[in-house]
Write a protein that binds this ligand. Structure first.
Ligand SMILES: Cc1cc2nc3c(=O)[nH]c(=O)nc-3n(C[C@H](O)[C@H](O)[C@H](O)COP(=O)(O)O)c2cc1C
Ligand code: SF4
Length: 474
């Protein structure tokens, strides 16, 4: 089927500096438990989204320097050439589907405990983390206040990491200032207690972030689209950043240095305000804040809000709140969401139900995540699972699905794909009891796993998984 012309606007390109995103679908940075140490998992997970039509696909938080080491959590790193090689697998796969690849430069300050690198990070002021970065140990980590030389070295770490991202082939470099990370700690008076020219007034607190953007631009020029992820309101009143105060003022001040704004709300201790569960938050719940951004900038804006529904996407674009639809969870639940809209297959969209199991899983310490709606998420490489492509069965056994929970339902859905099987007499569903010709999906110990499919350029070229590069650490 062709797409409904009402959705045409979602498929128009947008300029991001010297780069162009082919449509308005942008996978914002999100962790998946792969980090850079599982390059195949990262490549296949992100690559399938590009294949499914996401015009830009980002890494997760990507540490810029060993000083920012978030172990126990597994996150991406761009510390050295080994990391670059590992990230390049993702970049190449995303590019092979015509999408832009983005790298989110991350510096955690007190929220990155340095357990592997055994370093202490720097920040605007000495500060203990009140966030249990190490499970059950709030206050375990801290950064120390950077003197002016250290402050400049920290900015240089951003520049060097941006250059490594550019040389890896990333199109977009995103300076991560949401969730109270990196430069947001300098803007936010909750973290910044300095009395020199980098603390106190708004102009002083904004200085670190602005200078960092300026330095990255000077070093990378127009080779990259420069993005910053900014929480426009940290949601703890005057003690933090409020949209009506520093939030909008910062958008106005920093716009000339940027090609795209990636905006959200909340900080790391309350990031449920950003990734709001459906029990408490509707689609587009961040719009009360985000709707003000366009008045302070002429740069394109990407915003999030669990956008799985194409009608809501249309509304938010047509009303001029954002230019580009940002999505983390909807892109996990349905990596082929844009393609389904384009092909007029709205009924096939696998909706993110906002259960936040993906997040809860990751909050255990960054283990590989799962999704209740997309059983293939995270298994695209290791098991060769694809959310939309299933191999026809070789056996002709009948299958009984016991249970109608997520895995049983998904199993039934896959079995009902017409291209996979013919049910006797065309009778496909019998309540909770399904008798089908075969099953390849999970849900019963009787079922077999699908054999691996060719799923990435390296494997299609006949190379083995073991050939994935792993670089020396630090
Ligand atoms: C599993 C998971 C991991 C995330 N990790 C990051 C991250 O590394 N960096 C980041 O900026 N945001 C991260 N986020 C937040 C998302 O980018 C996004 O702001 C939030 O989920 C709201 O968007 P959504 O409603 O489309 O999910 C993560 C979200 C999820 C669900
Ligand atoms: S686990 Fe739940 S919240 Fe997370 S992407 Fe899947 S459906 Fe959405």
């Amino acid at each position: 089927m062709a797409r409904d012309p009402r959705f045409d606007i979602l498929f128009t390109p947008v300029k991001i500096g010297s780069k162009t995103i082919r449509n308005r679908f942008y996978q914002v940075p999100h962790c998946n438990g792969a980090g850079t140490n599982s390059p195949g998992m990262n490549m296949a997970h992100r690559g399938i989204k590009a294949e499914g039509g996401w015009g830009a696909v980002n890494t997760e938080q990507c540490s810029i320097h060993p000083e920012c080491d978030d172990t126990l959590r597994i996150t991406a790193r761009i510390w050295d050439q080994g990391d670059m090689r590992n990230l390049k697998a993702m970049v190449d796969h995303v590019h092979s589907h015509g999408s832009l690849a983005g790298c989110e430069l991350f510096y955690g300050g007190p929220h990155a405990p340095g357990l592997e690198s055994r370093t202490i990070s720097r920040g605007p002021s000495q500060y203990n983390s009140d966030f249990a970065t190490v499970p059950n140990c709030p206050g375990f980590t801290y950064n120390h206040a950077a003197d002016i030389d250290e402050l400049h070295r920290l900015q240089q770490q951003y520049v060097d990491a941006a250059l490594r991202a550019r040389d890896t082939g990333f199109d977009l470099v995103n300076v991560y200032g949401a969730h109270a990370y990196g430069p947001m700690q300098w803007l936010n008076p909750y973290y910044n207690r300095r009395t020199d020219e980098y603390g106190g007034s708004f102009a002083n607190r904004a200085r670190f972030w602005i200078e960092t953007l300026e330095k990255i631009r000077r070093a990378c020029g127009d080779d990259i689209g420069l993005v910053t992820r900014c929480a426009v309101d940290t949601l703890y009143g005057g003690k933090g950043v409020e949209i009506g105060e520093d939030g909008l003022k910062f958008i106005e001040l920093a716009s000339p240095y940027l090609d795209l704004w990636d905006v959200n709300i909340g900080d790391i201790t309350e990031w449920g305000e950003d990734a709001g569960p459906s029990r408490f938050y509707q689609i587009g719940h961040e719009n009360d804040w985000i709707r003000h951004i366009k008045q302070a900038t002429n740069k394109p804006v990407v915003g999030v809000g669990r956008y799985y529904d194409p009608e809501k996407m249309l509304q938010v674009i047509n009303s001029g709140i954002v230019d580009i639809i940002g999505a983390a969870r909807p892109s996990i639940a349905d990596p082929w969401l844009p393609r389904k809209i384009e092909e007029g297959r709205l009924d096939d969209i696998r909706q993110c139900i906002g259960c936040n199991v993906c997040i809860s899983r990751w909050e255990m310490g960054g283990v590989p995540f799962i999704c209740t709606q997309n059983a293939t998420a995270g298994e695209e490489y290791r098991r060769g699972w694809h959310p939309e492509k299933f191999e026809p069965a070789k056996s002709k056994h009948d299958v009984l699905i016991v249970g109608a929970g997520p895995s049983g339902s998904e199993c039934a859905r896959v079995l009902m794909e017409p291209r996979l099987y013919r049910s006797p007499g065309g009778h496909q569903r019998q309540g909770r009891w399904l008798r089908q010709r075969r099953c390849d999906a999970a849900g019963s110990s009787r079922m077999e796993l699908p054999s691996r499919l060719p799923r990435n350029p390296a494997q299609q070229a006949g190379q083995e998984k073991q050939a994935m590069p792993t670089g020396p650490r630090c």
